[in-house]
Design a protein around this ligand. Structure first.
Ligand SMILES: C[S@@+](CC[C@H](N)C(=O)[O-])C[C@H]1O[C@@H](n2cnc3c(N)ncnc32)[C@H](O)[C@@H]1O
Length: 284
């Protein structure tokens, strides 16, 4: 069989991805480049510079294995086994949620409430890959972060990420929200909990089909986890401490109400770049 030219393979793959996943041409090409780059162990710049190169049968086969996984809908991050979050290269597996750009706002708001040069105690509830906890420790090296998740498999990924990034002042605990904490109190509690309504049709579409259900859905209105997190936060916050959490695009009013009812001060929400209120907060 004749060798296939790199640019020709990219064109065919882009067209197949656009048709199968309903992507626009630019997205489809980018995904094809990312997958081919992974198969060849090369970056995008290499692919652009070597478009006329022939690929061996082994290289083409390796690419087709990745391409067929993507054509069946599997998220790119799971195929590559990694995702970048706030410049941190994180390992991800199907045991963890794929960290989202929206969650960068949560980290940004947490960092704004943590001192640069003094010790602080932070709790990350539902740490998953460790994305939020690790980003906080990276930018506030004097913070001591406790990260909780109910999933042992997720915590294994988070621990690996911490080790890989050489970040050490983190403690990973397995359990149900505040369950493994005894009476420990913190300056700041941060969480990106599951918040999708259990019957939401998006759960059976796109990337969400491949992500852990326990990381996504939370009761009939999506607010079960948030209710628990808000209700017991006072037991684990130091005086003046902050609770901040991410929520769905239409949950900000309900979340601020929960925070007020629980006795929080300075309750508010913060909008993402699309002007959607994405996180809410309150001070103990
Ligand atoms: C939306 S994911 C967030 C993951 C990560 N913090 C991020 O932002 O990418 C929610 C996480 O909460 C965890 N979780 C769900 N229910 C939990 C519970 N009852 N107690 C502790 N963690 C829980 C899930 O395992 C999942 O890792």
């Amino acid at each position: 069989m004749a060798d296939t030219q790199l640019s020709e393979l990219l064109n065919l793959a882009s067209a197949a991805l656009a048709a199968a996943l309903n992507l626009d041409g630019r997205e489809a090409r980018l995904e094809a480049q990312v997958l081919l780059g992974h198969a060849l162990g090369q970056d995008r710049a290499y692919l652009i510079a070597h478009g006329a190169d022939p690929l061996s049968v082994d290289q083409t086969d390796a690419f087709h294995v990745l391409l067929s996984r993507r054509l069946s809908g599997e998220p790119v991050a799971y195929i590559l086994g990694k995702r970048e979050f706030l410049s941190l290269d994180l390992r991800v597996t199907p045991a963890v949620l794929i960290p989202r750009p929206e969650t960068e706002l949560l980290v940004e708001q947490a960092l704004a409430r943590l001192p640069q040069d003094a010790p602080s105690r932070v709790l990350d509830l539902g740490t998953g890959s460790g994305a939020v906890a690790l980003a906080i420790v990276r930018h506030r090296p004097r913070a001591e972060v406790v990260a909780v998740d109910q999933s042992a498999a997720a915590l294994e990924v988070a621990r690996e990420n911490a080790a890989q990034l050489g970040l050490s002042n983190l403690h990973f605990l397995q359990g149900d929200w505040y369950g493994p904490l005894d009476r420990r109190r913190f300056d700041l509690i941060v969480s990106n909990p599951p918040y999708i309504a259990a019957g939401d049709p998006h759960l059976s579409e796109g990337d969400l089909r491949f992500e852990p259900a326990a990381a996504l859905a939370s009761g009939a209105d999506g607010l079960d986890a948030i209710c628990i997190i808000v209700a017991s936060a006072h037991d684990h916050l130091l005086p003046g401490g902050w609770l901040l959490f991410e929520h769905g695009y239409d949950q900000a009013d309900a979340c601020r109400e929960l925070l007020r009812q629980a006795g929080f001060q300075h309750v508010g929400s913060e909008q993402d770049l699309a002007r959607i209120p994405r996180i809410s907060y309150g001070q103990a």
